[in-house]
Design a protein around this ligand. Structure first.
Ligand SMILES: [Zn+2]
Length: 250
């Protein structure tokens, strides 16, 4: 059965001298694996359009659970990302994270849109790396079913207090008063400054059109980046080689 879908190549592995196995984040089927036969040949039409991070319109052939790429027409190669090792490594981490948590065997239009917009803003330098990383991570987690509950304190339901503490295990908040009276002290939460909590709420709850439209001073962004990364690693229970590589560069 032949089918069309748009997808970003989020993983690419050489199977032998001629063929590649691609991981695709596709609009209509989420994360899928597809063989690109002959893509490693110099003159193959599939060679450029099946590179990591290429966004292409694919014609796929599905036989049982196995997809093969019949044709791919490039929509955006993100050339600008390939000229800068830091940007490329952050983009490659976004790809690995997508391959790990994006929906499988179901439509993933929202996730694809998040990835494409993040890659675009990164390439065109419309937002900094320090801004894009936590925004992509937290919104991706939200779409993938790891959304923390940042509406209010889990005990008294207050919306704001001088310090709100965040638990990376449960994704819940506790206000200053409830923190003082709690008995259990083995799990240490992270204190969230007001600006950081507001940014996290924005990333999770804002409509997509406004997702990238907020500002936070650089110390706040750094703090946000550290909290979100801790939450992500805790929740997905995985370490990311591409993330370690990115961090070794900055
Ligand atoms: Zn409370």
């Amino acid at each position: 059965m032949q089918m069309n879908t748009q997808a970003v190549v989020i993983g690419s592995r050489d199977i032998d001298e001629e063929d590649r196995l691609l991981t695709l984040l596709s609009k209509d089927h989420g994360v899928i694996y597809a063989y690109a036969r002959g893509a490693n040949r110099m003159k193959s039409k599939l060679a450029p359009t099946t590179e990591l991070l290429c966004y292409s319109s694919f014609v796929l052939f599905k036989n049982k659970d196995r997809y093969t790429v019949d044709y791919a027409d490039s929509l955006n190669m993100f050339f600008g990302l390939r000229r800068d090792i830091e940007k490329l490594s952050l983009a490659t981490y976004f790809a690995e994270l997508s391959a790990t948590i994006a929906p499988q065997s179901e439509g993933a239009e929202d996730f694809l849109r998040l990835l494409l917009n993040s890659l675009h803003l990164l390439e065109k330098e419309k937002r900094t790396d320090a801004f894009l990383k936590p925004v992509f991570e937290l919104r991706a987690l939200t779409l993938a079913g790891y959304m923390p509950n940042l509406i209010a304190c889990r005990e008294c339901a207050c919306y704001e207090s001088d310090t709100m503490s965040f638990f990376i295990d449960s994704g819940e908040l506790l206000c200053g008063n409830c923190m003082q009276t709690r008995n259990e002290t083995t799990v240490k939460p992270i204190a969230l400054p007001r600006g950081v909590l507001a940014a996290m709420r924005h990333i999770i709850y804002s409509p997509f059109e406004r997702l990238f439209a907020f500002e936070l001073p650089s110390e706040g962004l750094q703090y946000l980046g550290s909290v979100v990364e801790k939450y992500l690693i805790r929740q997905t229970e995985k370490s990311y080689g591409t993330l370690e590589f990115y961090k070794s560069l900055i």
